[in-house]
Write a protein that binds this ligand. Structure first.
Ligand code: ZN
Length: 311
């Protein structure tokens, strides 16, 4: 079982990315742009392509509506539709640069140069909220997620790192995640489910699955929450442990979670690490750390020749 480093970024919205640590896999969970402008895509793709990870998997989010053929066909007079051809050309260029840009729901298998072989299910779709791309009306999208190692969606599942602070509710917290997605995750029980979309719910939650198939709240715990980084939103001062962790993010250029060893070692099938990697803060800056996970993934019997293989 090779140890594999998985770097997770999300909601970078066409901004210049901060320096990122090296990894075996780079995952971007969507919202590559703010306005779906061709210049935003090319900036994002150029930066991702330059990252040393041998495998880079990218999905769009609701902001990336010019990549949603259904949206552009239904809204031909929007700027997203008018510039869709240009954006498609940019997407082809990204693929030519080795980026796995995946625009629909699906399961993919990869073998890495380190011998790790794994399956990942991806979906760019989020519940309807305004006039955006890759959306569905609540309850109308079935996530057919089979058993797999990693799930990456743009949006969170219901009740887990999905707390949106909604302006017209006087900034009361509303759970914006999807019920059907949570149901699908309960069945698939991947080692990791990563997403973004709800920026203010950045964090990581180690969920233990109970014998009834539900999340066992007693045994589950938050590893990080966005509120820790915002002194005015905390109820009390940071604990020493939290303070150490926050200092460490800056040093590591990421929030590192070791799922292969130590206190956070994961038991596949019994635990799932949920990660909301939305990097944008409420002031429009990419101020939150990406996630860098150490993961044990299944390995192939035969050694690989340093190439990525897919199936
Ligand atoms: Zn976003």
């Amino acid at each position: 079982m090779p140890r594999t480093k998985v770097l997770i970024i999300s909601d970078t919205h066409g901004f210049l990315l901060p320096p990122l640590p090296a990894a075996d896999i780079l995952l971007h969970a969507g919202d590559l742009t703010t306005n779906s402008w061709p210049s935003e895509y090319s900036k994002t793709f150029t930066y991702i392509a330059a990252h040393p990870a041998p495998l880079k998997i990218v999905i769009p989010g609701n902001h990336d509506r010019s990549l949603d053929a259904k949206f552009t066909a239904a809204n031909p007079y929007t700027s997203a539709a008018r510039r869709a051809d240009e954006v498609r050309a940019s997407a082809e260029q990204a693929r030519a640069l080795g980026i796995e840009l995946l625009l629909t729901d699906g399961l993919h298998n990869y073998t890495l140069p380190n011998g790790a072989t794994f399956s990942i299910f991806v979906s760019p779709y989020t519940p309807h909220f305004g006039d955006w791309g890759f959306q569905y009306y609540t309850g109308k999208h079935t996530f057919d997620i089979p058993a797999c190692d990693i799930v990456m969606t743009h949006g969170p599942p219901s009740g887990i790192l999905d707390e949106a602070r909604v302006a017209w509710h006087r900034f009361e917290v509303e759970h914006a995640g999807c019920e059907k997605l949570l149901e699908a995750i309960k069945r698939a029980k991947p080692q990791v489910h990563c997403f973004g979309h709800i920026h203010e719910a950045w964090g990581a939650y180690m969920a233990h699955w109970g014998t009834d198939g539900e999340v066992d709240d007693q045994q589950s715990r938050y590893l990080q929450r966005y509120a820790w980084l915002q002194p005015e939103k905390r109820k009390g001062p940071l604990t020493e442990e939290q303070k150490e962790k926050v200092d460490q993010f800056a040093k590591d250029k990421a929030c590192v979670v070791d799922l292969a060893d130590g206190d956070d070692k994961i038991v596949p099938g019994q635990q799932t690490l949920f990660v909301n990697a939305g990097m944008m803060d409420e002031l429009g800056h990419l101020s939150k750390a990406p996630y860098l996970l150490d993961l044990m993934l299944p390995s192939t019997a035969k050694a690989t020749d340093g190439q990525i293989s897919t199936s």
